[in-house]
Design a protein around this ligand. Sequence first.
Ligand code: ADP
Length: 433
Amino acid sequence: MRNSWSSEIWRLTGLLLLGLLVGFIVGQPAWILLVVTILYLAWHLRNLYRLDQWLQGKRRGIPETTDGAWANVYYHLYRMQQRNRRRKKRLATMVNRFRESTNALPDAAVVLGAAGNIENWNKTAESLLRLKNPQDMHQPITNLIRHPGFIKYLNQEDFSKVLRLQSTYDENVFLSLQIVPYGNKQHLLMVRNITHLHRLEQMRQDFIANVSHELRTPLTVIAGYLETMLDDDDDWVVNNSDSMKSMLQQAQRMQNIVSDLLLLSRLETEEKSQQRQEVDVPAILEMIISDAKVLSQGKHEINLEYDRDLYLHANREEITSAFSNLIYNAVKYTPDGGEINVRWYEDNDGVHFRIQDDGPGIASQHLPRLTERFYRIDAGRSRASGGTGLGLAIVKHVLNRHEASLKITSKLGTGSTFICTFLPGLAIRREIA
Ligand code: ADP
């Protein structure tokens, strides 16, 4: 195509030379040169006009071929236009495919702008959240999901957790929602129908609660009869006292498991806010420590340090159960002669219950799973000490229900520390008369 530019230069030179020749012949070289230049300019102007028309889209199809440099310009412009058309087509196909795949997703996906306005959604969102086009486009998402829990979730910074909600359109439908931040302050709201999972969970909870409840009475009867029989000085009983004592011990262990399971299922199902009151934690700790001393039979040094007028806005039974589990564990797992320190205090981070022992400690690989139900490091030892394997699961549930956290630090051979931290807002200051 470089040729077209050189032919253009040759064309101009030729025209000017011809004009000069004719000009000399007619005796008016300047005029003739002017006329030639004007004609040459006019030709360019005409081509420029055609190009402008074509660029504005007033002329369709391939522009008529012209000679010289214009042919070059037209050729490149046309190639560029064709390339752009192909690219646009490819992009449109990709967008369509992407839309088709998001529409095929079994989960609802809603694109939210920086201000939380709905920018786009897929087909599942229409059925799950009842989003309608065009009414809901650009509406704040909080207009459509009016749940207070969702508004709180949306306004926080950390979206790592999933939010579970009951659908506002159908109370039999349960949803799990998660926000995924991306790009520049954009958010993707993913919503999944978890009704099936919720039902299974409910069935599991009901099953455990029912089985535990059904087992309670027979176990009470068995343990009761065994106790009465053991009090008897009948020959048969005296000869079989070892096996009967073992039966009673196992029946009592089962009773403990059943009562812990019942407590756990109550913690799982009951409303969080129920029965919160001003709890005199120092008095509760005094009571648990005195029981722990009975359990220890003087084999441990148990120290209690507390802020006497620091009360907690909490559920008394639940807090008692959590703290006693932690204190009894320390007594159970710390060898004779060990030291156990319990502290109840407040600082800038909140209100803390801390229990420290110099027992065997817990290896780091067990720490993340310690609060799971029936998770025991040494099942034999736990059973021998009357453990159910449910104590720390109860602690975790109680703390969750109080928006509190449990921190466990431990090193093999040096002891363990359990710290429960409650939000500063739950602290109550009571002046003791
Ligand atoms: P258990 O009824 O077996 O005590 P928990 O849920 O209370 O069940 O505790 C789970 C496991 O954690 C226990 O089996 C024990 O191995 C370990 N553990 C709990 N507290 C301590 C502690 N203070 N020191 C060492 N190990 C502990």
